[in-house]
Design a protein around this ligand. Structure first.
Ligand SMILES: [Zn+2]
Length: 414
């Protein structure tokens, strides 16, 4: 096999295109390998609209960046004709080694995608020698095309959660298929709230899904979500994820602790002691801190007790037992809280909790694991890391799809 045949194979060249020449430019660092591709004289080209074989009307020169050839940067150059189709007029023809409008070969783009699955986009861009902005454009193209092919006809249970690309900035709402263990993400919408639910509903309808067959939705206690879900998914039982209940009270405990620490010195190690998710993981120092909080009559101790009582509720074996424990919790904690502004965050959390008793209870009837939404946090963290340096709503959304969605066709170049 001749050298030019090897190159032709790598490029996916087919008639009438063939490799005409190659030149190594040693003036440049790294060296540049230039491959010239030409079409047979007098060849006919397919109209990009209808495929009709037409004569070349005129030519223009284009350059594509190709995969590095060992340490050399590699470029393809070709004069690409326009055809004059009787039906569609003068059109630039498509070349087999690149998609229309791209300045990179298909092989280059696919190699770039492989890298982006494994490392941050910025690092991948440096590695292949292009700007991260250009690499993002490639990634966005392929991800959008693969997302367009997602099939939602089998979706019966949906979970949703929101997150920000940076603290307080660029919110996105992520929808997952609760029945998929691997790659569960099926839709990502910019923002958080009502419009995201409406967006998901429209997306479902456009991807062979049927909102009325969704039997369960798992979410947090956002009033906007809950109202929109009742409207857009009328047959779905809504479950408030337990993870969000714990989060609600954990946030309240932290607010009480911060406010109290401004007026009174708290025991050392109090911060992490009251935030720990499981009592058994407490260090000795944290145990001492908890005892001191309790003995000193700190408001933080009262907030902590409320949060800890959630554990007792969660251990209820059925919906009836859970309802009884929830009622006890609301009464006991609500009446036991000392008056004054310090414990207001707990009272507020309690009010939110009391307003959502039914969807919270639904978890005892649900067959879906609560761990699914919690596991999304790992995905969100990975997505933030991959998009570092060029992170906005669009890039964050793209990378969540790339890492978390079932996109089996992403490497398919057609
Ligand atoms: Zn045509």
């Amino acid at each position: 096999m001749e050298a030019r045949e090897v190159f032709a194979l790598g490029l996916g060249l087919s008639a009438p295109w063939k490799l005409a020449g190659q030149r190594l430019d040693v003036e440049k660092r790294p060296h540049e390998l230039h491959l010239e591709v030409v079409a047979d004289r007098g060849a006919l080209f397919a109209c990009p609209e209808c495929g009709r074989a037409c004569k070349a009307h005129d030519f223009a020169s284009f350059t594509w960046q190709h995969l590095n050839f060992f340490q050399h940067h590699c470029f393809i150059m070709a004069r690409v004709p326009r055809v004059d189709c009787p039906d569609h007029g003068v059109k630039r023809v498509a070349v087999p080694w690149a998609r229309p409008g791209s300045r990179f070969t298909l092989l280059f783009e696919q190699a770039a995608l492989v890298l982006v699955r494994e490392m941050p986009v910025l690092a991948a861009a440096r590695f292949i020698g292009i700007t991260d902005k250009r690499l993002w454009r490639i990634v966005e193209h392929y991800v959008a095309r693969a997302v367009a092919r997602i099939d939602l006809s089998a979706v019966r249970a949906v979970g949703l959660d929101e997150t920000a690309s940076k603290r307080g900035h660029n919110y996105v709402t992520v929808f997952i298929d609760m029945d998929r263990r691997d790659k569960p993400v099926i839709f990502v919408a910019p923002g958080k709230g009502k419009a995201c639910v409406a967006g998901f509903r429209a997306f479902m309808l456009g991807h062979r899904g049927e909102p009325t067959t969704v039997a369960e939705v798992v979410c947090d206690m956002s009033p906007a979500f809950l109202a929109a879900l009742a409207q857009g998914f009328p047959n779905a039982a809504v479950t408030v994820d337990w993870f969000h209940v714990v989060q609600l009270f954990t946030t309240a405990v932290d607010q009480v602790r911060k406010a109290e620490a401004r007026g009174r010195k708290l025991p050392k190690a109090a911060r992490w002691a009251v935030l720990k998710a499981a009592e058994r993981t407490l260090t000795d120092e944290q145990r001492v801190a908890l005892a001191e909080l309790e003995a000193g009559g700190f408001a933080t101790a009262a907030a902590y007790r409320a949060k800890e009582m959630l554990r007792w509720i969660r251990q209820a074996v059925g919906p009836q037992a859970a309802r009884w424990r929830i009622t006890r919790f609301i009464n006991h904690i609500g009446l036991g809280l000392a008056p004054g502004p310090l414990l207001e965050p707990v009272r507020k959390a309690l009010r939110t909790f009391a307003q959502h008793v039914e969807p919270i209870l639904q978890r005892w009837a649900s067959s879906h694991s609560n761990a699914r939404l919690e596991a999304l946090n790992g995905l969100f963290q990975a997505a933030r890391a991959r998009a570092r340096g060029y992170r906005n709503t669009a890039t964050f959304l793209t990378i969540i799809y790339l890492l978390g969605a079932p996109l089996p066709d992403i490497f398919n170049s057609t």
